[in-house]
Write a protein that binds this ligand. Structure first.
Ligand code: NAP
Length: 264
């Protein structure tokens, strides 16, 4: 089995990364940065997001596992003191794969620019570079509402505990194949009206955002921020691809939610 280990880049994560590499090589596993079967990310959830984007062209071949060197994460759920156990699991036992849905985002432009396709593990957000964001929201081909406000967040179930949660979105179990659309401070008065509640769309429903004017937009895909010009539409749906996590022991999602947000 071929592996790679990715560090957040701070001193603690670098030391732990080197330790994991050495242990795995002692078990005669091969390090392969370009075509790993398993990628161990060391740092936090943000580090795993970066690893996901580095290998998003081989999601059906590469599985991910995260070790946290700060606080417990949703993706980074192994403690530093457990790495010996983790390495033995990786080297000696066939691991179980759990697959979570991810988001496909296609940005289409006016003019001849080719459409751009992105994949997000957590979410895509859209904001206007100038003034309020004003966009028609179509769901499954029909106009649903015209949104006016700070922005929109379209998240995956595993990303529902991130930005989406801060916007009052629901926490969704990642076994659900769906996406969630949450508003950022919509303007609601006698003139402008939006539904106000976060919406959860099933896998076969596509959501298309269409700008009402030709302004530039700030689009984020997980940790990446892009400026998009001459946008015709931004299409979001559950991707055909999934992200694969290597599971070596049960760690129920709701337990992780409790430990991250409620338990001392
Ligand atoms: P960051 O601003 O440095 O950190 C964002 C925080 O979100 C970190 O504490 C990170 O955990 C945590 N996080 C990432 N994915 C998560 C998940 N699925 N569930 C729960 N928490 C999660 O940015 P970053 O590390 O590059 O991460 C980018 C993410 O930041 C975006 O995808 C977005 O979800 C999130 N974000 C949140 C807000 C907000 O809550 N208001 C605003 C902007 C962006 P670690 O510390 O373990 O890395």
């Amino acid at each position: 089995m071929k592996f790679n280990v990715r560090s957040r880049g701070d001193n603690n994560s670098n030391i732990l990364t080197q330790k994991i590499k050495n242990y795995l090589q002692e078990f005669e596993l091969e390090m392969d940065k370009s075509e790993p079967d398993i990628v161990i990310s060391v740092g936090g959830d943000g580090t795993l997001l970066e690893a996901f984007h580095e290998y998003n062209n081989r999601l059906s071949e590469t599985a991910f596992v995260g070790v946290h060197t700060g606080h417990l994460g949703f993706y980074a759920d192994w403690k530093p003191e457990e790495v010996e156990k983790l390495v033995i699991h990786i080297a000696k036992t066939p691991y179980k794969i759990v697959e979570y849905p991810i988001l496909e985002v296609i940005v289409r432009h006016h003019g001849d620019q080719e459409p751009e396709r992105f994949m997000a593990l957590n979410e895509c957000t859209v904001k206007s570079m100038v003034g309020s964001l004003v966009m028609d929201i179509e769901i499954k081909g029909d106009l649903f509402e015209t949104f006016r406000g700070d922005g929109l967040c379209i998240s995956t179930p595993s990303g529902s505990t991130a930005y989406n949660k801060a916007l009052g979105g629901a926490i969704l179990h990642p076994s659900l194949s769906c996406l969630q659309l949450a508003e950022m401070a919509s303007i609601n008065n006698r003139v402008y009206r939006t539904v106000g509640s976060p919406l959860v769309l099933p896998q076969h429903h596509t959501c298309i955002l269409k700008p009402k004017s030709d302004v530039d937009f700030q689009v984020t895909i997980d940790h990446r921020t892009l400026v998009q010009k001459k946008v015709k539409s931004i299409q979001c749906r559950v991707a055909e691809e999934t992200v694969r996590f290597a599971r070596f022991r049960p760690f129920p999602f709701w337990k992780r939610v409790k430990e991250s947000f409620i338990a001392e």
